[in-house]
Design a protein around this ligand. Structure first.
Ligand SMILES: [Mg+2]
Length: 192
């Protein structure tokens, strides 16, 4: 089967990693409860930044956010390695900017994710992911953003949403933990 994955906040804990970077840079000791209660993707509000300031903070911190020690979610690397071992095709579809594509791909390899260069797609806007996902004709696609997944509900790709505080309204099947992923898939495949 063909499995497609978003990267940030689906396979790796990017926003929380960025939140910790902001805490250090802005010298504000906010609790992780504040992070886990955020109702939007953007993380700057608890730091008292406007949207414009938040955007500037994100852009100026991007190097550190992307290429330091952002952790993968527990079980994510192992799950993808197992899928690869079982003979499935693994695709990555990330909206990270074009200039960060190749470095991000190499960074993912360093974290232990199984990456084939030709299966790594980047540099599109969120709403453009649909084109790639449709062309690839994926069996499964997992993302954290309802806005992306909602563009795909009419396709034959089976969708899952990675649980995050800002996407709890979505009715798309929810993945709370990467350790559950393979058993969810085999349950589905057995009932098809
Ligand atoms: Mg994401």
């Amino acid at each position: 089967m063909k499995f497609g994955f978003d990267i940030d906040d689906t396979l790796i804990n990017l926003r929380e990693h960025a939140f910790k970077i902001y805490k250090k840079k802005l010298k504000k000791d906010l609790s992780s409860d504040i992070f886990h209660a955020l109702k939007r993707v953007e993380i700057h509000e608890p730091f008292g930044l406007t949207d414009e300031e938040g955007k500037a903070m994100w852009v100026s911190s991007l190097e550190e956010i992307y290429y330091t020690d952002c952790p993968a979610y527990p079980g994510a690397v192992e799950t993808l390695l197992e899928l690869e071992k079982e003979g499935h095709e693994i695709y990555y579809i990330t909206a990270r900017p074009k200039v960060h594509g190749i470095r991000s791909r190499e960074w993912m390899k360093q974290q232990g994710f199984p990456v084939k260069d030709e299966n790594f797609f980047y540099g599109m806007q969120d709403h453009e992911k649909i084109k790639i996902i449709e062309t690839l004709d994926l069996d499964y696609y997992i993302d954290d953003k309802p806005a992306v997944l909602n563009t795909l509900t009419h396709t034959s790709t089976h969708l899952m949403i990675m649980d995050q505080s800002y996407n709890r309204e979505s009715a798309i099947e929810r993945l709370e933990n990467w350790y559950d992923f393979r058993s969810l898939i085999s349950m589905k495949e057995n009932t098809r």
